[in-house]
Design a protein around this ligand. Sequence first.
Ligand code: RNT
Ligand code: ZN
Length: 423
Amino acid sequence: MSIKENYEKAKKDYEKWGVDVEAALEKLKQVPISIHCWQGDDVSGFETNQQELSGGIDVTGNYPGKATTPEELRSDLEKALSLIPGKHRVNLHAIYGETHGEVVERDELEPKHFENWVAWAKENQLGLDFNPTLFSHPKADDGLTLAHPDKEVRDFWIRHCIASRKIAAYFGKELGTPALTNIWIPDGYKDIPSDRLTPRKRLKDSLDEIFKEDIDEKYNVDAVESKLFGIGSEAYVVGSHEFYMGYAWKNNKLCLLDTGHYHPTEVVSNKISAMLLYSDKLALHVSRPVRWDSDHVVILDDELREIGLEIVRNDALDRVMIGLDFFDASINRVAAWTIGTRNMIKSLLYALLTPNEHLKQLQEDGNFTDRLALMEEFKTYPFGAIWDYYCDQMGVPVKEAWLDEVKSYEEAVLSKRQTKKEA
Ligand code: RNT
Ligand code: ZN
């Protein structure tokens, strides 16, 4: 049977439950995923005086062929994007600026250092998002930045964050779609603090300074990302969930929830509906923690499906800014992007093909038997046939065919990089 025939047959199964499959695919096409550039080079960036990765995050693995120049990274991203259905966004970090051999301090970064990215985004019809980089830097070596006791250090990072928001506004203006600027800082302590409040007061003040600079939300939208612990900040993180949730809601900023930043049995899927009751928008870093905040490549597991369902069944596709955040250096990096992003999209499709209204009604009626029975049965509905058809329609490889393309790319491009380096 052809892809189309399989699709037509599968469609009937879903239509029996009142699911409009065509409308679901139309909706799915409109949802941009913000793809993080940093999977392509293990969060290295292109700073002239490049520092080792710090901030309590870690990338493990040494799969050959990582991007070491902006051209390589963009080429790898293009490859991945050609294997992912839909129009998406690329999420940059400040360390990905291009200063052409010049040392430019982070508080002096300007839009011009990102003009190649913008030109590329225009060519590829992509939106861009942004992050100030408050790690991998001598001024972050003691694990404190915006909450640092030394005002000079704080001021440096405040200036960097303001510079970043301006760069993001430039993206927004040039590309006609607002950039999301997400502030994440590593600040915390390895061991039990004797004072939890003072650093939090300082972080609050620093954020106030950063956001004093008024930037049109047509061009830039701000988010803040919390965390539970990091390597070296096991006992205490200044920017905890409650800290940023309070800050965001009081100051009209977006809360960004990273799926690896909560207690092991605490899930982001259960937070979405609660948070959307009190704020218009929410941002996500979809990641996969394995025993810790390990940032494994996103797979189609229960939690990813539940996240997709929560976004779709609450009609929040335009209220939740979906971004990805994983970095695995032990596998082909283009494959990592492709796997993770295709899975994110699959979870949304799965949710769009679920008869959510019917299931909601069962719950209202107290019919928990049918609720459980149907939710389980829908798991083995012919979802794959609809997904294949969607990929085909969107002009990207069907099923695992994308893997051959990654392998050819590895042979033709990535493996040459390795040889070049060894030579
Ligand atoms: C770290 C945060 C943060 C980073 C990126 C590189 O725990 O998740 O979002 O992963 O900024
Ligand atoms: Zn994150």
